[in-house]
Structure formats: structure tokens, C-alpha cells
Design a protein around this ligand. Sequence first.
Ligand code: URP
Ligand code: ZN
Ligand code: ZN
Length: 493
Amino acid sequence: MEPHFDLTIRHARIVTDDTIVEGDVGIRGGRIAAIGPDLPPGARDIDAAGRWVLPGGIDSHCHVEQLSGMGVMGADDFYSATVSAAFGGTTTIIPFAAQHRGTAVPDIVRDYAERARAKAVIDYGFHLILANPDDRTMTRDLPEAIRGGISSLKVYMTYDSMRLDDYQLLDVLDLAREHGALVMVHAENNDIIKWLAKRLIERGHTAPKFHAVAHDPLAEAEATNRAITLSRLVDTPILIVHVAGGSTVEVIRSAQNLGARVLAESCPQYLFLTAEDLDRAGLEGAKYCCSPPPRDAGSQDAVWQGFMDGTLMTYSSDHAPYRFDETGKLPKGDQTTFKEMANGVPGLELRMPLLFSEGVLKGRIDIHQFVKLTASNHADLYGLAPGKGRISIGADADLAIWNPDRETRITYENLHDQVGYTPYEGRVIKGWPEIVVSRGRVIVEDGQLHAARGSGQYLPRQAPRFAWPLRRPGDSRHQAGPFAKALAGAKDD
Ligand code: URP
Ligand code: ZN
Ligand code: ZN
């Protein structure tokens, strides 16, 4: 008799949307075909007694084989990045196709698509980074990219080579509303940072720790407030990426309480690192320089609180892998100042294990919050549901079998990226995704990869989906203002 399933995972603790099912998962044709007790055998059966079966993670913010705003190429290509993600329980990534000034969106998208197609071992989509909102981009190329499945874009309020001014941001937000795209915002006040950095460097304060001084929390909170203000003006939802500061969490929560359509993300570096990490011997602190920078214990608590109460909805790595040498962090060797260091930290592989250990097993978040923060909210917000992000019948069989008891001492030697170090070296964490399944294929098992280069699939994405208001029904006092109404063609009240 033909086996009923291609793969049956048995005796597991399976986390579906809001329930926990003790039983089996049956997988056929790359999809989840059944969930329940005592399912018929598969061509292969895996005994998962004592293990959790969770959705494969979606990492919706990572920089892969991408030139930074400073013109530095990251250390990971689409192969090493996706292998590294897979070993950490992530089965889908949404990196960026990055436009720089003077480049055209269709060329950029084609280039990233070709490179990813040849190398990725897990599924992937793209956001666009928009740095050149000229006429052609805005009237033709961007709408075309959105229609083609790149339904979200990131804009920068800082970095001279990438930033858009408020006028340009309004144009982008207006266009995003019209075409149903989600705008992700890197919110830091460019002038504050430049002004502080200039004075610090002039006074000889060049060490990595001054990166955190120049990127003051006020620069982040101010820009976040301004981005929210612009989004309210034209009634377009935004998503604030990599929230670092406690004051920024507060700005976002207050705006959400007023009914503003603002979503927000944070990352491991804001839960597990602080500005003190930038103050390590020599230039070692450069390994912890990202923007915004990690802050203090109070901000760590605020980010945890934001995840617990739903102010922050996605937990991503912001993997931005720069080696600790002249190709990345140290372009001028030991003479490199904090202004010249590539910004970014690696995190694709450890994103989920860190949160599982320190969030779930330490009782800060429950397992359903973990699933939302690492997978299902990403699928909803970025137009990948219902195929991705959940263990449910008909969805892609993307899942990870976690051993909640396994203790790991983190060391770079055991990771799979090309960065050469991890900011989390030496930490001991509990819980690890020992078997990882992507569209029904067992791609990681016994510490080995079983996926060919280029076997990941491109995911064109639909318009993002979110249920407003974020808070209790009736709590929303947000009204579209007169400009937003006029832009939408509404009649005067
Ligand atoms: O420092 C960071 N976060 N580098 C990556 C680029 C970005 O702004 O997300
Ligand atoms: Zn950013
Ligand atoms: Zn980033």
C-alpha cells in the first residue's frame, strides 16, 4: 500500500494559531495535509516525542548580498545567508533589493532575483529599498514592482546617500496608499546624528562606543514621531523597523492608542545587547555597531514590554553581516573611526533560538506570542499568508522541530554565516530547532544540511493584511484628516 503521507511527524506538541495539539502532522506534496492523533504512516516517520513543532520562522528584515548605504558589500551571499537561517529554524526570508541613487528599480530587482534564484536554499521574497524616488521610479517602476509582488518598501530618514526628506516621504506614502504597499521606515534624525558625530570626531572621540552617543535615542524618537505624523497626514500605514529605544516604544504605543496605523519591529540586538558592548577593548566594539545602536537595560525592558503587549509585532534579525576587517567594519584598519565602520550585526541563525530561550523558556512571552513574533505576524503583514507562517491544513509544510531541553553554548564555530564572529559568543541558551522542514523537505537534521543551492523558491507577495485598530475595538480615535480625505477623493463632511 502507498504511504498516506510523504512525511509524518509523530507524538509532537504542535503549536497551531491559538491552540496546542498533542499529536501528529501529516505532510503531502510539500503541504500540511493533516494534524491530529494517530495519523497513518508516511513514506518517512519522525518520532518527535518531547519536542515542539513550530512554524518555520520568517525573517522579514535581513540584508543579503547587498551593498550598504556606505557602499560596503555584506559578507553573506544568498547561499550562506539562507543556510544560516535554516540552521536557526527560519524557512523564509524577506531581504532587500536595494536601490541606490542613479539606479533603476527594474535592473535592481532583476539582479537580486537572479542571484537569489541560483543560491537560496529556503524560500524568499524581496522588499525594495527606495533611495531614488525620481519621476520614472514613482510613476512607472515602483507601481510595477508592487504589482509584481514586491509589496513593501523601506525608506531611510538617515544616511546621506539613502535618506529621503519629508517631502519625498509624503510622496512615497501617498503612492503606497494608492497601490496597497507597506512602507517600512528607518527612523533616525539625520541632522542630529551628523551634528553630534562631527563634534565627537573633532574632539578625538572616534572609538566605537561614540557611535551610540552620536545615534542618541532622541534622534530615533524624534524621527519616529515625525514618520508617524507624516503617515497620519496622508492616512497610510507604516512600519517602524528596528526599534531600539524605550522612548521610541513609548512614541509608538501612544500613537497606536490614538488609533494611528503604525506597526513596529524590533530585533535581538535590542533585547540582548547594550551600548556597553560597544565599549570593548580596542576596536572590538565595532562588532556591535548597528543603527540604531543597542541602548541600556531600561530600553531592553521597554522592548520586551513592547513585544509582550503587542506594540511591537515582528521580531526580525536585521542581519547586516560585515566582517571585522578592512572589507567591513574596519576600512582604515586600526585608524577606523566610528563614522567609517559599516553598520550592522549578524543574527539570521540565532534570532529564534535566543528568543525561545530568553523569551519563552524564561516566561516573558508564551509560545503563541513566539510564533506570532517570529512567523505568523510576518506572514500577515507582508502578504505571505495563508501559505506561510502557520501550521495549518493547506499551508506550506515549513516547520521546525524544537528540542526545548537542549543547552547550547553559542560559539561562532558552530554557526553557518560568513561574518567571522557572533555578538552572542559564549552565551548559554536552551532550546534548539534540531530538524527543519521547508515545503515538506527535511533540510536540516543532525547538524547537516540537506538542501541544494537554488532549491528555495521566490515568493511574490500580496498586499499586506492587518486588522485595524491594533488595540481593543472602540479604542480607535484615529480619523483621517482633511488632507487624507481630500486625497482619497472624499466629499466634505
Ligand atoms: O545598522 C544597521 N541596521 N544596518 C543595516 C541597515 C539598516 O539600516 O537596516
Ligand atoms: Zn535600517
Ligand atoms: Zn536593516
